[in-house]
Design a protein around this ligand. Structure first.
Ligand code: H79
Length: 428
């Protein structure tokens, strides 16, 4: 029975299927966690009924009036930062909808602001060649239909109706994808008991049938895993850590610039060097990076976040060729750095600032040329047994990795996965 269902899904998706190639080549997305909770500066995921009493939390929308919100300014920043897709929280665990939902009055039209935030972001993004996408939480701790409530799903509701809740989930996600032309839906809040495996499979079948090309993350699945025979999501989602090297199955790391997803005054931010290290570790592991901003209650992206994004964008303007449209590998990444590849080219992104001789034990290809892509550094290569040794000299860039471009005599993808360097520095 399970095999039959899987076969039906496969047959249905062969005509049009999720655009994974687009997703993997885009490599860098902008996550936006935003809503009335920005007025309090606490976390959007779990402060309802915890740091903020439920009644107070559920009244914040009455004062939500972000008059400085300017989708064009946000997407100008996104473009300059180098983002290729954008994922705003249309609806988080607190149930508030940033768009005029056909299913609830607890949405942006009930605020003094009364502007369709999803529409404005999607249009501004599309105008700049950035793909509009959206985050959507399957659980809704505020809705009377959803069986569990705040704090953190630890309370139960009488008269809940999970069947009706799933109808709302299907209606709202359908509305989002259709109305805003979304390329990808990023599900979350799939882990609680009411969202059974059976419900998750039924929902996926319906959504896939309606939108065969839509990309969805693994959290559409009740377990968050892809199980044999399940249609499953299209990519894995390590949260707040960089995923492991994996060229077999798509993944995307999501991460905050500070400590909180939603806006927090005086948040503690990462440095630009840390952000670039995270980006390098992600793309060399063959993953995407979904990097988060938390705009304030007036609708501004805080200056610390803007500065980090512009710094990243400056680096990408120079070195984006080693990121966009590449795949990770062939060399396994690690503390030394890692590699990306496109066609016959391999880019070595060396994070270890002490590395001056990198010995890769295997490379079943000939290296036709080798050069440094950062100013002030030179690189050379020699064969060493079945592998190569890359020598590096000169002054390291202030931020970001040393970058070496190797051109091979064959397609770099055909090399599969190879070990990282056995040695990174000259002896003594
Ligand atoms: O949207 C972001 C988060 O709000 C959402 N996923 C990302 C993309 C998310 N929801 N729940 N979780 C992540 C799991 C969070 C668990 C914990 Fe906690 C947060 C463990 C520690 C901090 C809450 C607070 C539970 C314990 C303390």
């Amino acid at each position: 029975m399970v095999a039959t269902l899987a076969a039906v899904v496969l047959a249905a998706s062969s005509a049009a299927s999720p655009d994974i190639a687009w997703f993997q080549s885009a490599r860098l997305g902008m996550f936006i966690h935003w809503g009335p909770v920005a007025l309090r500066g606490t976390e959007i995921g779990w402060s309802r009924g915890a740091q903020v009493p439920v009644e107070e939390y559920d009244s914040l929308y009455l004062r939500f009036n972000p008059t400085a919100f300017d989708a064009d300014a946000w997407m100008d920043l996104a473009k300059r930062a180098g983002f290729r897709y954008v994922v705003p929280t249309a609806k988080h665990h607190d149930g508030f909808c940033l768009w005029p939902s056909s299913q609830t009055d607890y949405d942006i039209m009930a605020t003094p602001f009364r502007r369709d935030i999803l529409a404005e972001i999607s249009a501004a993004a599309r105008k700049r060649g950035i793909a509009p996408c959206s985050y959507y939480s399957i659980l809704d701790w505020r809705s009377p239909d959803y069986p569990l409530g705040s704090p953190g799903g630890k309370t139960a509701k009488e008269n809940a109706n999970m069947d009706r809740h799933m109808q709302v989930v299907l209606a709202e996600t359908t509305e989002l994808v259709r109305r805003y032309g979304l390329k990808m839906l990023w599900f979350d809040g799939q882990w609680e008991a009411p969202y059974t495996r059976e419900r998750s499979l039924a929902f996926q079948r319906e959504l896939r049938a309606r939108f065969p090309k839509l990309v969805v993350n693994n959290r559409i699945e009740a377990s968050g895993r892809m199980q044999p025979g399940d249609p499953g999501g299209d990519f894995a989602t390590p949260e707040q850590h960089v995923g492991e090297y994996n060229t077999k199955s798509p993944w995307e790391t999501c991460m905050t610039l500070g400590d909180q997803w939603a806006y927090r005054p005086n948040d503690r931010y990462k440095s630009l060097d840390q952000v670039l290290t995270i980006l390098v570790q992600t793309v060399t592991g063959d993953g995407n990076l979904l990097l988060n901003v938390g705009p304030d209650a007036e609708g501004r992206i805080p200056p610390e976040q803007t500065k980090l994004l512009l710094g990243m964008g400056q680096w990408l303007a120079r070195h984006g060729q080693a990121v966009y449209g590449t795949r990770g590998g062939p060399f396994r990444n690690g503390a030394w750095g890692g590699a990306t590849r496109r066609g016959r080219t391999v880019f070595l992104l060396v994070l270890d600032r002490k590395a001056d001789q990198l010995s890769f034990p295997e490379l079943p290809a000939r290296v036709r040329s080798c050069r440094s892509l950062v100013p002030g550094m030179t690189a050379s290569v020699e064969t060493e047994g079945h592998g190569i040794r890359v020598r590096l000299s000169g002054t390291r860039p202030e931020v970001g990795p040393a970058i070496i471009r190797l051109d091979l005599d064959r397609d770099a993808w055909s090399l599969g996965d190879l070990p990282g360097p056995t040695q990174t520095a000259a002896a003594g």
